[in-house]
Design a protein around this ligand. Structure first.
Ligand code: DGT
Ligand code: CA
Ligand code: CA
Ligand code: ZN
Length: 571
């Protein structure tokens, strides 16, 4: 079982306890456990199998340890079942709505008997929420918007979550004798920020038991369809997976077809038609007599229509076919182009590891540099630093620099942009930093004009190098705040400020389309993880995926530069 799936048990326990108004201390211990487990880089299941003592992990005590073992061996948690039986099922679903915490959910249930999203919608439409304690007309409007947003994202999974499940499942299937090829396709292969389901293609030898092994996989909750060439299952987390077994001669055509997107496929098929060809999931055929021409390799499809292979991330029918035709496909940035990471947090604010631990991991990633960028004081929940504390912290960074060879640790800070657009720290101390990121962490509900002015004012401070997570969105959780991105990006270009693609999988901010706009406008970008633990430095790939979907090349990204050149850009 994946860490994420285990963590979900504890999150749900905490949610229910909170709805019941239980002891906050107990609630927090479950939330901490969930967060710890989600952030861990090793698999809990593997640790248990190796006989490790989980109680040595901070945040995991005796009772959590016992529950983890129970979950791993039975797939269930008795205490959670017990808790669930005391609250209506719809209540925990309500918690998934943006802006709705356990306290409000409890009020809604106690006062109006609201126990499902549908009922909440009806109550809000009828104007019955505005008179409840702690709510008003605004709450009502907000809740209706959240419901709309929630329904649009319903059943979709963040790409990073898809990755966890896909990697484990692919490992399982690769081990089946007779499996010769295995590829994920669909939105997963195109690296969309969320996936609706997971599509897997395979080539197998005669008598291969891959369908049995697929249906029998430990994480399967339900087998939806079972056939010789196609099966579908639903995993315990709710994610649907389709597995298709294909013939060698048509594998490339199928890989192209099932990678999509649908719009891209339609455009390719049209092009084929003009050339007297027929392209389908079964291969490339001559239109007049259906004679098979090719289809074993994906490149065959592109070759048939006179194009070079288009990277999956670009296949959205947003100009990639025209660009390919003119030989103008971008040379997309690769993970190996990244030479450093310019946003991360340490124990000085809300990170889990020390400067040295982050640097060691950075070195392991093959980086030439990292920037330590803890929060500033306005972000109180994250233990942000004031001027004095930052000055001391910068000294610590300098000291750390001598201790690990081959990686430069840059002095940095993520300074908060206050509501009036001024920065949370004095210029004197910002001047001491080699990397200053500026970002918004409060008052997300401003009108567009005010927010735009706020951010542009911050960018104009000459000490700022990077505008971090520029829209504040959290995928499937929080909408971006209202801001005129075009104006902001123009200001960033004028000021020599880079715009971030935050690689943290919940953020991916800028998102693909906005990153592409920024690049087209001539902006420089920075791809940073915003890591809060050393393991999270590995999240870089998700930022690179988003950049690739935004048509971005290595030369558009400042942290692909060697150290000396980067320092020049920062100065
Ligand atoms: P998702 O699962 O919603 O995140 O998005 P996809 O793109 O993975 O879509 P999915 O799983 O429904 O289908 C996988 C691919 O199969 C899709 O990207 C393109 C191809 N495909 C599916 N249905 C059609 C269709 O009706 N026409 C064409 N041309 N292609 C299709
Ligand atoms: Ca799919
Ligand atoms: Ca599918
Ligand atoms: Zn931040």
């Amino acid at each position: 079982m994946e860490n994420k799936a285990i963590a979900d048990f504890f999150t749900e326990i905490a949610d229910i306890l909170e709805i019941q108004g239980e002891n906050p201390f107990r609630i927090r211990s479950y939330r901490n456990a969930a967060r710890t487990i989600e952030d861990m880089s090793q698999s809990l299941e593997a640790l248990v199998r190796a006989g490790e003592n989980l109680e040595e992990i901070p945040g995991i005590g005796k009772s959590i340890n016992e529950k983890i073992r129970e979950i791993l061996s039975t797939g269930k948690c008795q205490s959670l079942e017990e808790l669930r039986s005391h609250v209506p099922q719809g209540l925990t679903e309500l918690l998934k709505l943006e802006g709705l915490g356990p306290k409000k959910v409890k009020v809604l249930y106690d006062e109006l008997n609201v126990d499902s999203v549908d009922r909440l919608e009806k109550a809000a439409q009828a104007g019955r929420l505005r008179n409840l304690p702690g709510m008003g007309l605004k709450t009502e409007e907000k809740i209706l918007k959240s419901i709309e947003h929630y329904r649009a994202g319903m059943g979709r999974f963040k790409l990073s979550v898809g990755f966890q499940y896909a990697e484990a499942l692919l490992r399982h299937l690769k081990g089946v004798p007779g499996v010769r090829r295995l590829d994920p396709a669909g939105s997963f292969r195109r690296r969309r920020e969320t996936i609706g389901d997971l599509d897997i293609l395979a080539i197998c030898g005669k008598g291969c038991k891959v369908m049995d092994r697929f249906a029998g996989y430990g994480d399967v909750a339900e087998v939806l369809a079972r056939g010789e060439t196609k099966s579908s299952v639903r995993l315990k987390c709710g994610l649907q997976v389709d597995l298709r077994v294909l013939e060698e001669e048509s594998y490339g055509a199928a890989l192209h077809y099932f990678t999509g997107s649908k719009a891209h496929n339609v455009a390719i098929r049209e092009r084929a038609k003009e050339k007297g060809l027929k392209v389908s999931e079964y291969g490339v055929f001559r239109a007049k007599d259906e004679k098979r021409l090719s289809g074993a390799e994906e490149a065959d499809v592109f070759k048939a229509v006179g194009l070079p292979l288009i990277p999956p991330e670009l296949r959205e029918d947003r100009g990639e076919i025209q660009a390919a035709e003119k030989g103008k496909l971008p040379r997309l940035v690769e993970p190996s182009d990244i030479r450093g990471d310019l946003q991360m947090h340490t124990t000085a604010s809300d990170g889990k590891n020390s400067i040295l631990e982050m640097a060691r991991k950075g070195k392991e990633m093959g980086y030439a540099y990292i920037a330590i960028t803890d929060h500033s004081k306005a972000v109180r929940v994250a233990g942000g630093l004031d001027e004095k504390q930052l000055a001391k912290h910068l000294k610590e960074i300098e000291k750390a620099n001598g201790q690990i060879s081959g990686i430069r640790i840059l002095k940095g800070v993520e300074v908060d942009i206050l509501p009036d657009g001024s920065l949370d720290l004095k210029d004197d101390i910002l001047k001491e930093c080699e990397v200053v990121l500026a970002s918004v962490h409060s008052r997300f509900n401003m009108e567009e004009e005010e927010m735009t002015r706020r951010v542009i004012k911050a960018i104009k401070n000459p000490n700022v190098n990077i505008l971090a997570h520029p829209t504040g969105r959290l995928i499937l959780e929080r909408e971006p705040f209202k801001i005129n991105l075009q104006e902001v990006i123009r200001a960033a270009i004028d000021q020599g400020v880079a715009v971030e693609i935050n690689a943290y999988p919940d953020r991916l901010d800028l998102k693909d389309a906005d990153a592409r706009m920024a690049r087209d406008m001539g902006a420089r970008l920075a791809i940073n993880t915003d890591a809060h633990s050393d393991g999270q430095l590995e999240l870089m790939k998700f930022g690179v995926f988003t950049a690739r979907r935004g048509w971005i090349e290595a030369r558009d990204v400042i942290n692909t530069l060697p150290l000396e050149k980067l320092l020049k850009v920062l100065r």
